[in-house]
Design a protein around this ligand. Structure first.
Ligand code: SAM
Length: 254
């Protein structure tokens, strides 16, 4: 009961902060769990606010910042309220601010699944995921990252909400399913800043899914398992190019 009330308070605080164009302070504490001097990625970067925390706290040896910027939204962001200056914020400005926040980072402009697919498997020691927060997109990202993060590596992320009515409830649902698959292990199931952390314990193997298909039939595979099975090495999963911009930050598939 107490934890539900605390969740609700966190959720309201989060919504209020976003409403006024702010991200709640304190969420960078999750970065203390990340290894220092490592190879990392932030997926969903925007203006680089969190990227500056990553630089300060983890001092990466190699840092990749991945975001759609103008490739997803054109020259100006949609009107996401104060967060995008009511649609006046330029995507190139946000990109340049991110580069300033992390001068040594390599920036990648494009749909995250396409960009991630271009990396060799097991490239990253850890990553921070903060993109659309929709269920379907998060499922696909977790499946892709199960190939691109090293076994034993960490995935951290934003927007954990247990309240099923929250617009971003799809993240916790997708992360729980990924952990239930046995490939990831839960480390933090939403702290007081809605941050979460999971560890890759067993990288995806096609063998696992073919065994499961024989046992229970392909229709019994979870959405996470179907995506993980579809991602092979650096090949793209089938629906990457069908990304619909209008669904960004919506709860339509959560
Ligand atoms: C909440 S903002 C990221 C904020 C940033 N992590 C921070 O805390 O400073 C979400 C970002 O994800 C990006 N994004 C959403 N869906 C994406 C996708 N499929 N591929 C690449 N970027 C995406 C958006 O362009 C947006 O900049």
């Amino acid at each position: 009961m107490i934890s539900l009330v605390l969740q609700k308070v966190r959720s309201v605080r989060h919504r209020v902060a976003i409403r006024f164009g702010l991200r709640p302070n304190g969420r960078e504490h999750i970065l203390r769990r990340a290894p220092k001097g490592a190879v990392c990625a932030e997926i969903g970067v925007f203006r680089g606010e969190f990227a500056s925390h990553i630089v300060r706290i983890t001092r990466p040896a190699e840092m990749h910042l991945i975001d759609g910027w103008w490739a997803l939204y054109g020259e100006r962001y949609p009107d996401w309220g104060a967060y995008t200056d009511y649609g006046r914020l330029g995507t190139r400005q946000a990109h340049d601010e991110a580069q300033e926040a992390a001068p040594n980072a390599i920036l990648h402009v494009g749909h995250d699944l396409e960009v991630l697919a271009s990396f060799p498997d097991r490239h990253f020691d850890w990553a921070y995921l903060d993109t659309s927060h929709t269920y379907g997109q998060t499922v696909a990202e977790l499946a892709m990252l199960s190939h691109k993060i090293k076994p034993g590596g960490l995935l951290l992320g934003d927007d954990w909400h247990d309240d099923a009515t929250h617009t971003h409830a799809g993240v916790s649902k997708a992360v729980r399913e990924a952990c239930a698959s046995g490939e990831w292990r839960t480390i933090v199931e939403g702290d007081e800043f809605a941050q979460w952390a999971i560890r890759l314990v067993r990288p995806h193997s096609h063998h696992d899914h073919s065994k499961q298909s024989v046992r229970s039939g392909p229709s019994k595979l979870t959405q996470y398992q179907q995506h993980a099975a579809a991602v092979s090495g650096s090949r793209l999963i089938g629906d990457v190019r069908s990304f619909d911009r209008a669904r960004h930050n919506s709860d339509s598939d959560a």
